[in-house]
Design a protein around this ligand. Structure first.
Ligand code: ADP
Ligand code: ZN
Ligand code: ZN
Length: 734
């Protein structure tokens, strides 16, 4: 027992589910130690960046090492965010140190001090505050600066520069003793400046939705609103309400939803508020800046992808989740958290409203809405003048297809372009062809590391694995029999691009997939002609399904709707339905009517019929009935215990032992069921064989207790080549 005054209890980024005790660094007294600060601590042979969670009086350990160095004087995690991270660690059965690491942007995770981004702020003196807005009329720039400061109290040097109010203008005000520089926390990196847009008048449905969301206190609502019904406008109004109350607004968007177009729309609406955008396109330093500006309360609006849920927000007033059904809200490795589910927990902790919005809600959220746990809000009509698109199925069996397109579909595309409108063709595969085979000996190009075929990328002359990114040069003769009769099977976006470019020579064909849009800016640039309204043909993967508002698109073609109908993953039909509805929703968003053509080999399939005739809402409710019968989520809680290893036997054995251990604690019963070990849908990935056990339970609490015990058991696993993980509320069986 060590009974000294203060002991640091730290979250260290290692895969162990506990906190670690250290003595304070030399020279620091009890008053210097504040939870939420980072410390550099010796751990094994390394120094790691850890976060102080608690200061305690004694430790059960006899020998404690001193922490090396205190990084932050000011805590960077406030009390609420620390409680939230602990809650998430418990729920997802994850080491709390890894959660803190997931919460931090890279530069801060590496230990860069927050002071590095401290900022100079210009604020008005008492004298300056006493001036009327009309003062300084003879110096235009100075007056602009004065007015800005009168409205917003203070402005950072970077923000002023971005507005063209540079050093000489500031100096002039300072010399008149109207303003002064003060040092303060960082401001978010400035966004490109945009012209304010006219604000639309809300329609009745939108107004009802907004009125139904209480302005304060915890509430959770699902906004089920048709594509183009003005959900984003609802988010903007709810943000505005929070901002006017002096609060911060958090907007989470899917990975591919955080486009410059989205940012522009928000920046145009809120020119006087500080916006922190947290996305992967930022350099490390800029990202740290955005994060710190949110955590210190300087940023008013925070927009980010899933990890933004962990940003401390001291003035949080509302949380909005756009496209809440999107799979990217669930992290698929490391800590397997769902930002969407956590948003409801955070809203509860912060006592603020949360709104989950989608045209195609996840069955989880729909279940919560239908069972009354969430308030269920609807937008049934498209906003403005847009009408819902007309949808027809084109059967593709017994038809002469050209590169996968039925003749009437090609005719429709031609007519659309000739009318001066735009068409969008959705193909769910990038590359040239999903397989390459030898017509003489049957050789197939497989990935050497995965149980998957290589995709042919003709532009870059490569064969590529889409699971592990393995690449090899395109071969022109068969590696097995040297025949030159190689055959590219099936069509991806590159191949369709070739064909469509050739078929519609007078019109630009714009291919949008991960290969043509390495950056968000590239996507923005690529879509420019489409935004300008010129007739063009857009062709691409699901990147085209979301976020883009292209009013001149009047025809949407879904080349192959069958992918989700016959999968081993019980969520496949749900995802197919969401994707089809979202893609179809790109049609007719402006004044012109929209048309959707869906190609299928199984036009009579009941699920497809239901989706196309009655829409996603009816389709999802039907799927829910099926889940009820099959006793699957969202009716029951489900977790996977995963294991992967180069040696398949070890992974399988580990899981078989795990199951025995669990069943000894809680045998199978009608309330609790085990399945497996079974191989994952993609059995081998990056050289490792992957298996899982699936556990479903009536009660989440029971599942949690079991998994906690399991983690204690499994942390003793000594096989370093085997990786295991708990995947609570697993979304993918792959
Ligand atoms: P969603 O997010 O539901 O897909 P958006 O908010 O992007 O829909 O709205 C679709 C289009 O309708 C946008 O161009 C938007 O500016 C416009 N819009 C939204 N609300 C209204 C309204 N009340 N009146 C007129 N146009 C509107
Ligand atoms: Zn061959
Ligand atoms: Zn591979």
């Amino acid at each position: 027992m060590q009974g000294t005054a203060a002991i640091l209890r730290l979250a260290v980024p290692v895969p162990l589910r506990r906190l670690f005790d250290y003595l304070p660094p030399q020279g620091l007294g009890a008053d210097d130690l504040r939870p939420g600060q980072r410390y550099l601590v010796p751990f094994g042979s390394r120094d790691l960046v850890a976060v102080l969670v608690e200061v305690v009086a004694e430790s059960p350990l006899a020998e404690l090492k001193p922490a090396g160095e205190r990084i932050d004087r000011q805590p960077i995690f406030d009390t609420r965010s620390r409680q939230f991270l602990q809650w998430a660690a418990d729920y997802y059965q994850a080491p709390v140190g890894e959660l803190y690491a997931a919460a931090l942007p890279v530069a801060l995770r590496k230990g860069k001090p927050a002071d590095h981004w401290a900022e100079q702020w210009l604020e008005l003196t008492t004298e300056g505050k006493g001036l009327p807005e009309t003062a300084l009329a003879r110096a235009k720039k100075q007056q602009e600066l004065l007015q800005l400061l009168l409205k917003t109290n203070r402005q950072s040097r970077t923000a002023l520069n971005a507005r063209g109010l540079n050093a000489p203008v500031c100096k002039a005000l300072i010399e008149r003793k109207l303003a002064r520089w003060v040092s303060g926390p960082t401001a978010p990196p400035p966004l490109e400046s945009v012209e304010p847009q006219p604000v639309p008048q809300l329609n009745d449905e939108q107004r009802q939705v907004i009125d139904a969301v209480p302005a304060s206190g915890f509430s959770a609502s699902l906004l089920e609103g048709t594509t183009g019904s003005g959900k984003t406008e609802v988010y903007l109004r709810l943000m505005e309400r929070a901002l006017n109350q002096g609060n911060q607004a958090l907007l989470l968007v899917p990975e591919i939803g955080l486009t410059p177009q989205t940012l522009r729309r928000i920046a145009a609406r809120f020119p006087d508020f500080r916006i922190a955008a947290l996305h992967s396109g930022l350099a490390d330093g800029e990202r740290a800046r955005a994060w710190l500006s949110a955590a210190s309360g300087v940023a008013d609006i925070v927009i980010g992808t899933r990890s933004a849920i962990f940003t401390p927000l001291p003035r949080l007033g509302v949380i909005l989740i756009d496209e809440e059904h999107d799979g990217s809200f669930k992290q698929q490795d490391g800590v397997r958290y769902s930002a969407r589910d956590l948003s409801v927990v955070l809203a509860k902790n912060a006592d603020v409203p949360v709104l989950l919005g989608s045209a195609t809600p996840s069955l989880e959220s729909l279940h919560n809405a239908l069972s009354g746990r969430y308030q269920h809000l609807r937008l049934r009509h498209r906003a403005g003048n847009a009408r819902p698109p007309q949808i027809s199925v084109v059967p593709t069996l017994h038809q002469p297809l050209q590169e996968g397109f039925a003749p009437q579909v090609l005719r429709h595309i031609g007519d659309t372009l000739n009318r001066g409108e735009q068409a969008l063709v959705f193909i769910n595969r990038r590359g040239y062809a999903p397989a390459l085979t030898c017509d003489d000996c049957g050789w197939l190009a497989d990935c050497p590391h995965c149980s998957a075929k290589l995709t042919l990328h003709r532009r870059s002359r490569h064969l590529r694995c889409h699971h592990c990114d393995y690449r090899m040069r395109e071969v022109t003769s068969c590696p097995q029999c040297h025949s030159r009769n190689l055959n590219a099977l099936g069509a991806g976006t590159e191949r369709s691009e070739d064909f469509l470019t050739h078929s519609f020579r007078n019109f630009p064909v714009i291919r949008v997939d991960r290969d043509t849009t390495a950056t968000k800016q590239a996507l923005d640039k690529l879509l420019e002609p489409a935004r300008n309204g010129e007739p063009c043909l857009l062709l691409g993967t699901q990147m085209l399904a979301k976020g883009h508002h292209l009013p001149k698109v009047t025809l949407v073609v879904i080349q192959d709707a069958d992918g989700g109908l016959f999968s081993a993953d019980f969520r496949a039909p749900e995802r197919m339905g969401q994707l089809l509805e979202q893609v179809a929703g790109r049609a007719g968003r402006g004044d012109l009517p929209g048309h959707v053509l869906v190609q299928s080999r199984y036009p009579e399939h009941p699920l497809l019929q239901l989706l196309l005739n009655r829409g996603y809402g009816a389709f999802a409710r039907q799927l829910m009935e099926e889940r009820k019968i099959a006793q699957l989520p969202p009716m029951r809680a489900m977790a996977l215990v995963r294991a992967e290893c180069e040696e398949p036997r070890w992974a399988e054995e580990f899981l078989a032992n795990a199951r025995n251990y669990l069943e000894a604690l809680a045998p199978s019963s009608p309330e609790l069921q085990y399945l497996g070990p079974v191989p994952a849908l993609l059995e081998r990935k990056s050289g490792r064989y992957r298996f899982y056990i699936q556990i479903t339970a009536d009660r989440r609490g029971l599942l949690q207790q079991l998994l906690t015990r399991f983690c204690q058991w499994a942390e003793g696993n000594r096989n370093r080549r085997l990786r295991w993980a708990v995947d609570m509320d697993a979304q993918e069986l792959s």
